[in-house]
Design a protein around this ligand. Structure first.
Ligand code: FAD
Ligand code: NA7
Length: 499
């Protein structure tokens, strides 16, 4: 949690802080830092409860320690494997196969994360934000108790409080052996030894990204998917993502759910599952079982009821209004802990910054959660902004939606003869001229970079006509977007034959 403080006095062996505001989690810290820049005294309260496997980490929250940063670096390690395989075609004399050393990769990634932990501390110090490494819970509407690892307590009181305590991976507690033998994304990036042959359970963002980089560094990886891949994303794109992964070595067990995990005498994990298509039971042995079956909001120790903060009965996430205010007007919540918000770092950061500016900077600007771009960092990256084709049709009706699309071959794939079957782009537009763009979906190399650029135009209300008036950069994959001439309705073949 982070706090904006206005004075400090001792209180019977404890410290009591009196502040204009208290915020929680690392986005609370960022928000606190902005508030500090706006002339407020700020303290940040952040505490990491070790994972059930005992993994712990430093300041910076999920993104820095067990999310975006280590994930993207391990994704990069996997991409490098592909480039090494391409290299001989470009004249590099690289003896194949090149072995991968998990220990070296993990150590390098972990060292970078530790440097970021330190950077966060320095930044808070430089901005005169007081940091407390304590677990926070409400005492009442204006007071938070923080308990340090050794049991020492502090009390923080404030006029405004911001909760940004994020979420943690969910364990399927009903599955025998799940908690005892499985790990989650809270552990994978901090393993000292290679996870070896891995079963990833789940088929969303975290599951496919982890399965992707583990396969990419040469491990035997199986994804157990109970229904569809990437729920909530465009389903045509999601199918192409898994098709690409399957053609590059990731195994998929579709329509299956695990029922038991046992440790065998040789240390391997035996997993039993139900195959809902055949009605039969299946078993397999793995070195590691990675649960990626969703995340739960981290509100366990907050004692929200003592402050009167309402949560959703279904998700236990905190309910807020458009100003990020909870049911208690001076208590705010931002980031993953909030109901209905995208679970993404930049939205949490921006929501926090805008909140600080509204509270202390005289601003009235609200966070706009519409047309937030994102990218799934699977081996072939999938970037998107705006509506999926399904959402567009549901909102506007099939008759009013025009979808332009193309299969394309990245130039860099040609020399090594890489298969580009899944490189695909589609733009979902309203049919009525000038055909405003409702959504852009891009599957291919550097999708994050491509999507970020187009997100600006789409956020500003760009139309299909304007995108077609945009001059491409040749030869890039991005230019495929400004060359989209074939609509699905036309029935023409969307295969682009090359530059
Ligand atoms: P968090 O970053 O989770 O921070 C909450 C902090 O509060 C934590 O440090 C926690 O320990 C602390 N805390 C909790 N309870 C208490 C308490 N009672 N007292 C004190 N402190 C407490 N997003 C992207 O945008 N791009 C990506 O590529 C991406 N990749 C991801 C990959 C993975 C594997 C995962 C798991 C997530 C990924 N995300 C990604 C999502 C992103 O990490 C989150 O959306 C983001 O971290 C949310 O920020 P937050 O501040 O809401 O919460
Ligand atoms: P998500 O997006 O909530 O996805 C959870 C996945 O796990 C999804 O594929 C589920 O399938 C599957 N699931 C859930 N419960 C089970 C059980 N019991 N057995 C098998 N499979 C299951 O969570 P993520 O962790 O991937 O991502 C959360 C956010 O973190 C994401 O938005 C990123 O921004 C970062 P379903 O589709 O429900 O059938």
């Amino acid at each position: 949690m982070a706090a904006m403080a206005a004075g400090l006095r001792g209180l019977g062996g404890r410290f009591r802080w009196r502040m204009p505001a208290v915020a929680g989690g690392v986005r609370g810290a960022a928000q606190g830092a902005v508030a500090a820049q706006l002339g407020r005294k700020v303290a940040v309260v952040d505490y990491v409860e070790p994972s059930p496997r005992g993994t712990r980490w430093g300041l910076g929250g999920t993104c820095v320690n067990v999310g975006c940063i280590p994930k993207k670096l391990m994704h990069q390690a996997a991409l490098l494997g592909g480039l090494i395989r391409d290299a001989p075609h470009y004249g590099w004399e690289v003896a194949q196969p090149v072995p991968h050393d998990w220990r070296k990769m993990a150590e390098a990634v972990q060292n970078h994360v530790k440097s970021l932990n330190w950077g966060h501390r320095v930044q808070l110090h430089d901005r005169k934000v007081k940091y407390f490494n304590v677990k926070a819970g409400f005492v009442d509407k204006h007071t938070v108790r923080g308990v340090a690892k050794g049991g020492k307590e502090i009390l923080l009181s404030a006029d405004h409080i911001v909760i940004a305590t994020g979420g943690r991976p969910r364990y399927p507690a009903h599955i025998e052996g799940a908690l005892e033998y499985g790990i989650t994304s809270d552990d994978i990036f901090w393993l000292k030894e290679s996870p070896g042959k891995t079963l990833v359970v789940g088929a969303s963002y975290v599951a496919l990204e982890c399965a992707g980089f583990l396969t990419g560094i040469g491990l035997d990886v199986t994804v157990m998917m109970r229904s569809i891949p990437l729920r909530g994303f465009d389903q045509q794109m999601s199918s192409l993502v898994t098709e690409h992964m399957a053609s590059h070595g990731t195994r998929f067990l579709r329509g299956c759910t695990p029922s038991q995990v046992r440790r065998l005498l040789d240390g391997q994990l035996q997993v039993t599952w139900e195959d809902h298509t055949t009605g039969k039971e299946g078993t397999g042995t793995f070195n590691t079982v990675l649960w990626a079956v969703g995340r739960v909001p981290d509100t366990r120790s907050l004692n929200l009821e003592k402050a009167g903060v309402d949560t959703s009965p279904n998700t236990q996430k905190i309910l807020v209004d458009s100003r990020e205010a909870t049911s208690v007007p001076h208590i705010y919540a931002i980031g993953d802990v909030v109901e209905g918000r995208p679970e993404l770092t930049p939205t949490a950061v921006m929501a926090g910054r805008l909140l600080a500016q509204r509270l202390f900077g005289g601003s009235s600007d609200l966070m706009d959660y519409d047309k937030v771009p994102t990218t799934v960092f699977t081996p072939l990256e999938y970037g998107c902004v705006g509506l999926s084709e399904e959402e567009a049709v549901a909102r506007h009706g099939q008759e009013h939606v025009e979808v332009y699309h193309a299969h394309y071959k990245p130039l860099e794939f040609t020399v090594p003869g890489r298969d580009a079957s899944q490189c695909y782009v589609k733009m979902v537009c309203l049919r009525e001229p000038p055909q405003p763009v409702l959504g852009l979906h891009f599957l291919g190399p550097n999708a994050g970079e491509v999507t970020q650029g187009f997100a600006l135009g789409i956020k500003c209300g760009a139309s299909y006509v304007q995108v077609m008036q945009t001059v491409g950069i040749h030869p890039t994959c991005s230019e495929e977007v400004v060359k989209l001439r074939i609509s699905k309705r036309s029935g023409l073949d969307p295969t682009v034959t090359g530059c």
